[in-house]
Design a protein around this ligand. Structure first.
Ligand code: ATP
Length: 322
């Protein structure tokens, strides 16, 4: 749906983002993660056509943002880091104003604004001026302006930053709801938020894309990694596990009880039509080493994030300006 290809942005001598490429397929919610200064805002500004990349390309449904800016921007709603709110306007008049900018047909405008007010939970404050609203409502109004014109793609820059815990939950619920009808990209440095909301995470570090991962990768992989705990000695259990054709790797894990084996077991997901877990179950029953625990293992987003952002930055962020 929306894609950045080898996106690079230089601010004078500072290279903020280099060679970043990722695609957000239609209907997905994608989280852009990174520490402060990683290049999230810069990437989102390129993605929305707010400014062009120094090098590289942005495509919206295959159309180039540079050659078709009007068509591409029409399909994107953007909540920038600082929402562009006019404090003296009421919520309703502000949304009507944004609708006019986005060329919403005047005959549809009242219905469209009413729908946005309802979706964003702004109905009760529709006639209040923006300058008098709480931070939570202001953020909702920021999301609401991004919805004007009903764009297919929503790009939200740190939508929950600075909100109190209740407001954070409310905005997250709103994003989840919006994800049912829109393709959503949002930036955050809160890992749990991305884990909860997104199908995919893109991690930036010092201006580079260092990892793109599906957050339900377990289903995609042909390998099933399991944590096993069985009531039997290692001497008895480990060789038996290794003898199973579906088992690729067994790693013993520390245990406090000599009569219990803890292990990480990597199995081929498909072994004919037999689930490898059934085979483990039968094997350990036959050994009289009952299973105490058998759970799928997956690298958490936190583990991956800490690993990929631990690396030293590239030698220099500065590029030759001459
Ligand atoms: P944060 O989470 O703190 O908002 P970010 O991941 O959004 O950070 P960016 O705002 O994209 O990061 O900034 C990336 C790098 O580019 C930083 O080193 C920043 O200092 C630099 N930068 C951003 N805007 C400019 C600018 N207008 N001029 C010069 N350098 C800039």
């Amino acid at each position: 749906m929306i894609e950045i290809v080898n996106g690079t942005k230089r601010y004078g001598a500072v290279e903020a983002v280099r060679d970043v490429s990722f695609r957000v397929p239609e209907g997905e919610i994608v989280g852009l993660l990174g520490q402060n200064g990683a290049g999230k805002t810069t990437t989102l500004n390129m993605l929305t056509g707010y400014f062009p990349p120094t090098a590289g390309q942005v495509l919206v449904d295959g159309q180039d943002m540079l050659t078709h800016p009007r068509e591409c921007k029409r399909r994107i709603g953007y909540l920038p880091e600082k929402p562009p709110l006019y404090d003296e306007m009421t919520v309703r008049s502000y949304l009507r104003f944004v609708c006019r900018l986005r060329e919403v047909d005047g005959r549809d405008m009242n219905r469209h604004v009413d729908e946005i007010l309802r979706i964003c939970g702004l109905w009760e404050v529709a006639e209040r001026v923006l300058g008098h609203l709480s931070k939570g409502y202001r953020q909702r109004a920021g999301v609401a302006q991004a919805l004007c014109g009903d764009p297919e793609v929503l790009v939200l820059d740190e939508p929950t930053v600075g909100l109190d815990p209740r407001q954070v939950v409310e905005i997250r619920d709103l994003i989840r709801e919006l994800g049912k009808r829109h393709t959503v990209v949002f930036s955050s440095h809160i890992l749990s938020e991305v884990q909860q909301l997104c199908q995919r995470a893109v991690i930036l570090h010092r201006g580079r894309l260092v990892r793109e991962m599906r957050l339900n990768a377990q289903e995609d992989s042909d390998v099933l990694r399991l944590r096993l705990s069985a009531a039997g000695s290692e001497r008895q259990v480990l060789p038996a596990l290794k003898s199973l054709p579906c088992v690729r790797r067994v790693k013993s894990l520390p245990t406090w009880d000599a009569g219990v084996t803890e292990a990480e077991v990597e199995c081929a997901r498909e072994d004919g039509d037999r689930d490898p877990r059934d085979q483990l179950f039968r094997l350990l029953c036959a050994l009289d080493a009952p299973i105490r625990q058998l759970t799928p293992m997956q690298d958490t987003l936190e583990e991956v994030f800490l690993q990929v952002t631990a690396a030293e930055p590239p030698a220099s962020q500065e590029v030759q300006s001459r």
